[in-house]
Design a protein around this ligand. Structure first.
Ligand code: NAP
Length: 304
């Protein structure tokens, strides 16, 4: 009788042992797959254009790092990608704090051995209510749309270069205004009816100067960087919040962004309607590009 019980227990133990081995193997496979999968970080992917791009990258097999401030919306995008058979995770960082940008970059560097795609997309149209405050005291639209992405890209550049071929896409806009290097933080600027969009347009041109500058620095690395105007007045929160009637769909903008990830598009170009296009004159001023780079390096080193 005892022997039968021992034999039964032995078989049970063996089954449990094999099952746990199989479980461990499955976990190891999953971790290995995650390591092997191409990784994409999409800033501002809790809604709008970034959300759609994140979902498409997830469907293509990338492990997607979804970013934004809203944990709830971020987790919903992650769940959508996972339900569709993809792999994603959410990382929160408020770009009004350069410390949070640094923490996001350091987390990616610590947890991933590769980064294949970086989409610098997070953005705000304006500080309409005058409520936004950058932790560092910088003009908030310039910080969220441009400076935070400059810092993020600088920090992640070594990983992108190690993962080459890799791609960076800076989501800019057709709205562009020259940077006044004597008043980058717009402290002496008085908004009038015509110029209400100046902070946004300045930040978007800064992204283009950054793209051209970076493309030159990255020559010979197999990391390409491009920028674009995705579409005009897409149906997103940013547009609706400004009281503008949407004219295009998020899908149209996402098609344009995906083109810069999948197609043979060269490096260092500004795209409109899927074609390389001339940007604001200041983007071709090498002195302005160098000034912006030097200023940005100085600004991000503030509280490091
Ligand atoms: N909509 C258009 O027609 C249009 C046209 C040309 C260019 N663009 C550009 O396209 C990009 C996406 O715009 P969208 O229309 O999709 O805007 P959106 O729907 O308002 O989405 C903006 C995204 O940016 C994130 N974000 C905003 N403030 C942030 C902060 N302080 N820190 C971190 N993340 C922040 C938001 O995340 P949380 O809400 O979770 O913080 C959200 O995921 C922007 O760069 C915009 O300039 C848009």
């Amino acid at each position: 009788m005892k022997k039968v019980i021992f034999t039964g227990l032995g078989i049970f133990a063996l089954v449990v042992w094999f099952a746990s081995l199989a479980g461990l193997e499955a976990q190891a496979n999953e971790a290995e797959m995650q390591q092997q999968a191409s990784v994409a970080l999409v800033t501002g992917s809790t809604r709008g254009l970034g959300e759609e791009v994140a979902k498409r990258l997830g469907a293509m097999g990338y492990h997607v790092i979804v970013h934004g401030r809203s944990i709830e919306r971020g987790q919903a995008v992650v769940a959508y990608i996972a339900d569709a058979g993809g792999s994603a995770e959410f990382r929160r960082a408020d770009f009004l704090s350069l410390d949070q940008v640094r923490a996001l970059a350091n987390g990616v560097l610590a947890d991933f051995s590769r980064l294949d795609v970086l989409i610098n997309n997070a953005g705000i149209g304006s500080d309409e209510d005058g409520e936004l405050v950058s932790e560092e005291g910088f003009e908030p639209v310039f910080q969220v749309n441009y400076l935070a992405h400059f810092l993020l890209t600088e920090k992640l550049l070594p990983l992108l270069i190690d993962s080459a071929p890799a791609r960076i896409v800076n989501v800019s806009s057709g709205a562009q205004a020259a940077i006044d290097f004597d008043d980058v933080m717009l402290e002496n600027w008085e908004p009038d009816g015509r110029q209400i969009g100046r902070p946004y347009a300045q930040s978007k041109l800064a992204q283009i100067l950054h793209t051209y500058d970076l493309a030159e620095r990255l020559q010979g690395t197999d990391v390409i960087v491009n920028t674009l105007h995705p579409a005009t007045f897409m149906d997103t929160y940013m547009v609706r919040r400004a009281g503008i009637a949407p004219r295009t769909s998020v899908d149209e903008g996402a098609d344009r962004v995906m083109q810069l990830i999948t197609d043979d598009v060269g490096s260092g170009n500004y795209f409109v309607d899927g074609k390389p296009t001339r940007a604001h004159d200041q983007a071709y001023d090498k002195v302005a590009r160098q000034r912006l780079r030097e200023l940005s390096l100085e600004l991000i080193s503030h509280n490091e």
